[in-house]
Design a protein around this ligand. Structure first.
Ligand code: ZN
Ligand code: ZN
Length: 334
C-alpha cells in the first residue's frame, strides 16, 4: 500500500477556486487510484464554478492506475479514461450493456463524488475504461463528453431515421457540437450545417467539415437538428427549422426548463424529439475507431494544455470564450 498526498482544486462558488492537499489513505475495496494525466474543462463545470461544490469537480478524466483496492484485477500502470456514471452493473439495463441507463444511478464522478481537478482520483474499478496503446491520453479524453456523447446521440438517431437525411443542422459549435460535426460522416450524414453566434466557433465547425447555416427563421428546412447549446432561443429555433418527419436531438444542457411551445406549428409537426445522456460502455470499442480517425484533428483544434495550478486562469479564459476545451495535462502526458 502506498500513501501519498494529492493536490486538489476546491470550488468555493462565485468563480473562486482554491487548492488543498489531501493525504491519501488506502484505496477502498473495488476501487482504483488514478493519477490524473488529463482532465478537460467542460462548459457544465461553469455551473459548479458559480455555485461551489462540496466535491472536487472535473469529469473528463484520463489517467494511469497507480494503486488498487482489494478485489481489483486491473494492473497498476493501466491507462484509462474515467466513465463518470457510477452504474450498478446488476440492474437489467446494466446487464444489457446500457450502463448509461442504469436504474440505480446515484452518482456521477466530478458531480456527486470527487473528480479530476486533482493530482489523483479514486474511482470504482469498473469506471476505468482502458485506452488502447495507440491512442494518446490527450485524444482519449475526447472519447468521453466530446465524441462518446456525440456518437451515442447519433446511434440513437440512426434507430429513428435509418434511411439517413438530406439536411442536418447542428446548433451550438462548442466541443460537443464540434464532436457531432466531426463524426457525423461516420454515421452517413454527409451534409452538415452549423450555427453558432461566436464567429471563432463557427469557423472551427467549418474547418471540421460543416457549412455555415444561413437561415434559422424559415420553417421545415432540416430532417435532423442537433441542439447542443441548451439556450432557450436555440431550442425554439430547432423546433422551428425541423421538417415534419424529422428529428430534434436535444443534447444542450442548462438549468432553464425545456419548453415545448404547443403553438399550432408545434401541434401540427410530426417529428421526433430525442434526449440522450452520455454513452453506454458497450459503445466504447467502436468509439476508439472514431477517435483514431478524428481525434487528432479535434484535439489540435479544441484543446489547450495547461497545468493544474493554472486552473483559475483557465476557467477565467474559458468563461470569457477564449478557449474551447482547456485541458489540465500532467508533465507525464505531455
Ligand atoms: Zn462535460
Ligand atoms: Zn444498473
Amino acid at each position: 500500500m502506498t500513501t501519498s498526498t494529492s493536490v486538489r482544486a476546491r470550488f468555493l462558488g462565485a468563480g473562486q477556486i482554491t487548492f488543498d492537499k489531501a493525504t491519501l489513505g488506502p484505496v477502498a475495496d473495488g476501487h482504483v487510484r488514478v493519477r490524473v494525466d488529463v482532465c478537460a474543462l467542460c462548459g457544465s463545470d461553469k455551473r459548479l464554478l458559480q455555485s461551489g461544490s462540496p466535491v472536487v469537480p472535473g469529469h473528463e478524466i484520463a489517467g494511469t492506475v497507480v494503486d488498487v483496492g482489494a478485489g481489483v484485477t486491473t494492473p497498476t500502470g493501466t491507462r484509462g479514461i474515467v466513465y463518470i456514471p457510477v452504474y450498478c452493473g446488476t440492474c437489467r439495463r446494466c446487464v444489457a450493456g446500457r450502463t448509461n441507463q442504469c436504474l440505480n444511478l446515484r452518482e456521477l464522478i466530478g458531480w456527486q463524488r470527487d473528480g479530476g481537478f486533482a493530482e489523483h482520483v479514486d474511482v470504482p474499478a469498473r469506471c476505468l475504461l482502458p485506452v488502447p496503446d495507440d491512442v494518446p491520453l490527450t485524444t482519449a479524453v475526447l472519447g468521453l463528453d466530446t465524441v462518446g456523447t456525440a456518437a451515442h446521440a447519433l446511434r440513437l438517431w440512426q434507430r429513428i431515421q435509418p434511411d439517413g437525411v438530406d439536411r442536418a443542422l447542428v446548433i451550438g459549435a462548442g466541443p460537443l457540437g464540434l464532436g457531432v460535426i466531426s463524426v457525423a460522416g461516420a454515421f452517413g450524414i454527409t451534409a452538415v450545417e452549423a450555427y453558432d453566434p461566436h464567429d471563432g466557433r463557427l469557423a472551427t465547425a467549418v474547418e471540421l467539415g460543416a457549412r455555415a447555416a444561413a437561415d434559422l427563421e424559415s420553417e421545415n428546412q432540416y430532417d435532423l437538428v442537433v441542439e447542443v447549446s441548451g439556450a432557450a432561443a436555440a431550442r425554439e429555433a430547432a423546433q422551428r427549422v425541423v421538417a415534419p418527419g424529422g428529428a430534434v436531438i436535444a443534447l444542450g444542457e442548462s438549468n432553464a426548463p425545456y419548453t415545448m411551445p404547443a403553438t399550432p406549428r408545434w401541434r401540427r409537426t410530426d417529428c421526433f424529439t430525442v434526449r440522450s445522456f452520455y454513452f453506454p460502455t458497450d459503445e466504447v470499442a467502436a468509439n476508439w475507431d472514431l477517435l483514431r480517425a478524428h481525434g487528432v484533428a479535434l484535439r489540435d483544434r479544441l484543446t489547450v494544455p495547461l497545468t493544474l495550478d493554472a486552473l483559475p486562469d483557465a476557467f477565467a479564459r474559458f468563461v470569457a470564450g477564449d478557449y474551447l476545451k482547456p485541458c489540465i495535462v500532467s508533465e507525464d502526458a505531455r
